[in-house]
Design a protein around this ligand. Sequence first.
Ligand SMILES: Nc1ncnc2c1ncn2[C@@H]1O[C@H](COP(=O)(O)OP(=O)(O)OP(=O)(O)O)[C@@H](O)[C@H]1O
Length: 303
Amino acid sequence: MQNKILEVRNVSKKYGKKEVLRNVSFVIYSGEIVGLVGPNGAGKTTLMAIIAGLIRNYEGNIYIDGRNIKEGSVEKKQVGCVIESPGFYPNLTGYENLKFFSKIFGNVNDSEINEVVKLLGLEKVIYQKTVKYSMGTKQRLGIAQAVLGDPRLLVLDEPTNGLDPNITPVVRNFLKDIVRKKSIGILISSHVLSEIEAICDRVLFIRNGEVIEEVNLNQENKTSVSYIFETNSVEDLVKFFEARGIKAIIEGEGKIKVVITSEMFENLLPQIVQKGIIVKGIYKQKISLEERFIKKMEGKIIE
Ligand SMILES: Nc1ncnc2c1ncn2[C@@H]1O[C@H](COP(=O)(O)OP(=O)(O)OP(=O)(O)O)[C@@H](O)[C@H]1O
């Protein structure tokens, strides 16, 4: 069984009278990358800052490795974070900055720093002063800083912001690798939903401070996808689906579209064949996270 790395239980936060987070609860298990997506002002950064221990005044409880973060200090680094733009000493080199931050958590040796620098493709710039760094390079140095000291959880707010498209996969692979290798958990937010889709195991949709949906991206057969059926008997096929409560949309000549799970598809296909309906072609279209997000934020329900 997987360990619970993070448990957020009924967390609420107000600024004055404004409720920024309302009763947020979720869990991250070891080896999991969980995405947090929502429109501007939904409460993502506030939630991440609370989990990272940067905001202490909130209702509810947060447990990291089973330990309530409200209860006293811990010797070991529990959470590594990059929230908003990472801050570094501009007149120190990247390496000096990493050394400085690592000292706070003790026991980070040079070989660990060198390995992380290499994995994040920072070797060429690491001995330059960070004042010269681009935003994307600062982001990568921020991730390196967050990872050092072996935290149990990484909290990364928009970590691929400002990265060159050729560097984004480097960061993505780095995070995918360490989350499993070190059995940690990662909470990540991004406005680039294709990026979230490429990296996360699960996604939480947050709106007006509430988690309104959780999508498991690894459960392909439980997620509804669009299937386009090409057939000579459009009417019969539409009737077939409608008799089973499934909406079928005519998509041009001889084509109909239904949104069903892979499990349903596997059960229904033999029945279609049995009815003697001739299917000339079937095309599967996965609903992208972006489509789900747009529909969800419009308040439409996605089965
Ligand atoms: N220090 C603060 N004082 C008062 N209100 C705040 C403060 N910080 C955030 N807020 C408000 O809380 C709400 C949530 O903000 P937050 O930054 O957490 O949202 P977000 O989902 O991260 O948005 P974005 O995608 O734009 O970064 C917003 O309405 C914001 O104006």
